[in-house]
Design a protein around this ligand. Structure first.
Ligand SMILES: *[C@@H]1O[C@H](CO)[C@@H](O)[C@H](O)[C@H]1NC(C)=O
Length: 401
């Protein structure tokens, strides 16, 4: 009994300590939920990734993935209005959701959906709830893509999987009763990157049929600058923290964690490249005042990069199919809906990507969620801003697809 009490006290102290460290978005409607979520996440992540992972990287990743899969299944009811099937599109694992209410002969719109998770975590299972919601409320056929990830594979494999599955769907719409002129791609975080880069590649190949719309929910669109104002302001925000962003990039490029120190110090890119990018693509003065006023950020001195590391990663990092922000031109793309969150390290790059697409004449609807943080889309059943975000995405696709 005594031991249980002591352990309980220790856990309580640990949790209380961590919960004080969480930076909660200012206008957030339900701060306690976020505090709880983040407090539970932190020690779990630490134990699995940084303790177990030292002994067995693969095992730690598998454990984290199962946890996320479990989250996707929470609050899920049996549903007889959908027909759900796991299959392969040109060798790529996908889960296909078809509303069964469809009358014979009706052609439905289609959505190719890419889950988030930094190219390490996440799956069709972890975002099953979102895919179902989209299918039901849009009355659309949704294809959720299980692209392969690190450490099993690295860039460009996840992108190529996503591209192959999308092409297959676009050329086999008849099989699914889908109108080929009404297909969109959508995704969040790493999945937003997939939606953006697949759109770009299909444009470059002049692939037919064309995608009609792209929905980019807090997408990652560049990997050069981890010192943007939003990166500095939100490094301790809920869910996506700096150490995770660094971990994901190291895994996506190398399939292991050996780049973390270099990326953490911003030395994965050489000084001249970084300066060039700053001037041509990422001038902070282009950001809206409401972003800059959120909190102090320093115009940090650009450090000398590690030339060997840069040489080993530059082809990937400068490829528009990894960093669409650096594409030579961003016109002739499907109309886009870009969402960012105020308290998200990815806010500024998402904004800059929307801005640059507009400059090239692509039609863009852009919304910054002022009281929100990275990851709310996934927890739309628990957090109000997430619910709003799902509503907005559905409204956009209802009108536009
Ligand atoms: C990490 O991956 C890189 C690139 O594949 C490789 O060169 C390096 O040896 C790996 N490091 C470790 C510690 O496995």
């Amino acid at each position: 009994m005594g031991r249980v009490l002591i352990s309980g006290c220790l856990v309580a102290i640990f949790v209380a300590y961590h919960s004080m460290n969480v930076v909660i978005p200012e206008g957030c409607a339900e701060p306690w939920k976020i505090r709880l979520m983040d407090t539970i996440n932190k020690p779990i992540f630490f134990i699995i990734r940084d303790v177990i992972g030292v002994f067995d990287e693969q095992l730690s990743v598998r454990m984290l993935r199962s946890l996320m899969d479990g989250m996707g299944r929470m609050k899920m009811e049996e549903d007889s209005t959908l027909h759900i099937r796991d299959t392969h599109f040109d060798g790529v694992s996908v889960r296909v959701y078809v509303p069964i209410s469809r009358r014979d002969g009706d052609l439905l719109p289609g959505v190719v959906y890419f889950h988030g998770g930094g190219w390490v975590l996440g799956s069709t299972e972890s975002e099953d709830n979102i895919a179902r919601e989209l299918t039901k409320r849009l009355n659309a056929v949704v294809v959720s893509v299980d692209y392969r990830m690190a450490p099993e594979v690295t860039f460009p494999i996840p992108f190529e999987d996503s591209l192959r599955a999308t092409k297959y769907f676009l050329t086999h719409t008849e099989t699914f009763g889908v109108d080929p002129s009404r297909v969109a791609v959508a995704g969040n975080s790493a999945g937003g990157n997939m939606a953006a880069t697949v759109s770009l590649k299909l444009r470059d190949e002049q692939f037919e049929p064309k995608l009609k719309r792209q929905v980019l929910i807090y997408p990652a669109v560049q990997f050069v600058d981890y010192q943007t104002p939003s990166c500095q302001q939100s490094e301790k925000a809920p869910v996506l923290k700096r150490h995770l962003k660094v971990y994901f990039l190291s895994m996506h490029l190398y399939g292991n964690r050996s780049l973390e120190n270099v990326i953490g110090d911003n030395r994965h890119v050489t000084r001249d490249v970084r300066e060039n990018i700053r001037v041509s693509y990422m001038d902070y003065s282009w950001l809206p005042n409401e972003f800059l006023e959120l909190g102090p950020y320093q115009d940090k001195e650009i450090v000398e990069g590690d030339v060997d590391v840069w040489n080993s990663i530059k082809d990937a990092v400068m490829s528009p199919y990894m960093s669409p922000l650096f594409a030579k031109h961003l016109g002739d793309l499907p109309d886009a809906f870009v969402i960012t969150c105020q308290y998200d390290m990815l806010r500024d790059e998402g904004y800059l990507y929307a801005r640059r697409m507009k400059q090239f004449g692509t039609k863009v609807k852009y919304v910054n969620f002022k009281n929100s943080f990275h990851g709310v889309f996934n927890v739309f059943q628990f957090i109000k801003e997430g619910e709003q975000m799902v509503d907005d995405v559905i409204a956009y696709l209802q009108n536009e697809l």
